[in-house]
Design a protein around this ligand. Structure first.
Ligand code: BGC
Length: 353
């Protein structure tokens, strides 16, 4: 009897000790540590076997379901969350901030446990943050990065994305790695057109700036023949490049597209104009969409840059779970970055499914 009591007491003490070490409801690491961490691109997520059937309800707001990259991202998020036993509701902002605001309010009224939000407009971040803060909902912002100052007002908020400067630089490097460093006609300068995403988005701003900066940093002379916003859409890429080819013809040596979907559109116009990528014109994108990987593989795109949707979705869910566990973020430490990776014909097979 005495022995049983002693055993019972030991078990209770052990449990108390474990709880004090963070196993219970004690807030997890509150030291920040979120500052521009770089996470390794992750592989295909494995559903956690020990996850409870109903881990909680998560509202996911996407700026626009028709966006090719965000479709891959959304599917990855859904798969990871459901694999962990969460109930997931996704909302299509249809590129309309007012509509997305309503969706956020609806999720809050429905009592979701956490939100993952891809804002329609970065400029609306203040309003979005004020809304989730007033409701006290742990929130992960994705893909469209607000400023550190905007995020600093709410400590249950974190951003997961990539540093777009890196992708721009890699696009420039893809051109520098070609046999003539992008100067196909040998006149001493790289003449390019830029097909830009939505310029309100920092990804579009930085990719535009840093792709060209990589060239000038390498001592190359550059000439911008045209810069046109294509809002991330394939049809716009096609239209813009068709117009530019009609106007500038052989002068164009390089076509920079801020994303792959526009690059695929650009390729249609390049082929329609009887130009041949990697022979008389270069073409680069960002994202590593399946369609772009195929074109890199068969030589119709010079290269692309992996924008790791699965890695970002994995990191977003990880951060969400930290928030649900009680983590708070110090100001200036609210961005978590996943690395971009350069994709060329040499390594494209590593990225193909
Ligand atoms: C992607 C684009 C996408 C955009 C949406 C960017 O990071 O490269 O393909 O359209 O995000 O915000």
């Amino acid at each position: 009897m005495k022995k049983t009591l002693a055993l019972l007491l030991a078990a209770v003490m052990m449990l108390a000790l474990l709880t004090a070490c963070g196993g219970g409801d004690k807030p997890a690491d509150t030291t920040g540590g979120g500052q521009q961490q770089t996470q390794e691109p992750a592989g295909t997520p494995e559903p956690a076997p020990e996850a409870p059937a109903e881990a909680g309800t998560i509202g996911v707001c996407i700026y626009q379901f028709t966006d090719a990259f965000m479709t891959t991202y959304r599917n990855a998020l859904q798969e990871i969350l459901e694999g962990k036993g969460y109930k997931v509701s996704t909302a299509d902002g249809a590129n309309d901030q007012a509509k997305q605001n309503e969706q956020i309010n609806t999720f809050i009224t429905q009592g979701v446990d956490a939100l993952i939000i891809n804002p329609v407009m970065t400029s609306a971040a203040d309003q979005i943050i004020a809304t989730v803060q007033a409701a006290g909902i742990p929130t992960v912002l994705i893909n469209r990065e607000p400023t550190p100052e905007q995020m600093a007002v709410y400590d249950k908020l974190v951003y997961v994305g990539c540093d777009a400067r890196q992708s721009g630089t890699m696009q420039g490097e893809l051109i520098l790695d070609t046999p003539n460093k992008g100067d196909i006609n040998g006149d001493g300068k790289i003449s390019y057109i830029m097909v830009q995403g939505d310029p309100e988005n920092v990804d579009a701003q930085y990719r535009t700036e840093y792709s060209v900066k990589a060239l000038t940093d390498a001592g190359m002379e550059v000439e911008e023949l045209n810069l046109t916003r294509g809002d991330w859409m394939r049809e716009r890429g096609q239209e813009i490049v068709a117009n530019d080819l009609a106007q500038f013809a052989d002068q164009i040596e390089v076509v920079f597209c801020n994303n792959d979907d526009m690059a695929i559109g650009a390729l249609q116009s390049i082929q329609a104009a009887d130009r041949k990528v990697n022979e008389d014109i270069y073409l680069v994108g960002v994202d590593a969409l399946d369609a772009a990987l195929n074109e890199v593989k068969n030589g119709n795109m010079t290269g692309t840059v992996l924008n790791d949707a699965v890695g970002q979705a994995t990191a977003a869910v990880e951060q969400m779970e930290l928030l649900l566990g009680g983590k708070t973020y110090a100001s200036g430490e609210q961005s978590v970055y996943v690395d971009y990776v350069k994709v060329t014909p040499d390594n494209v097979d590593d990225f193909m499914g």
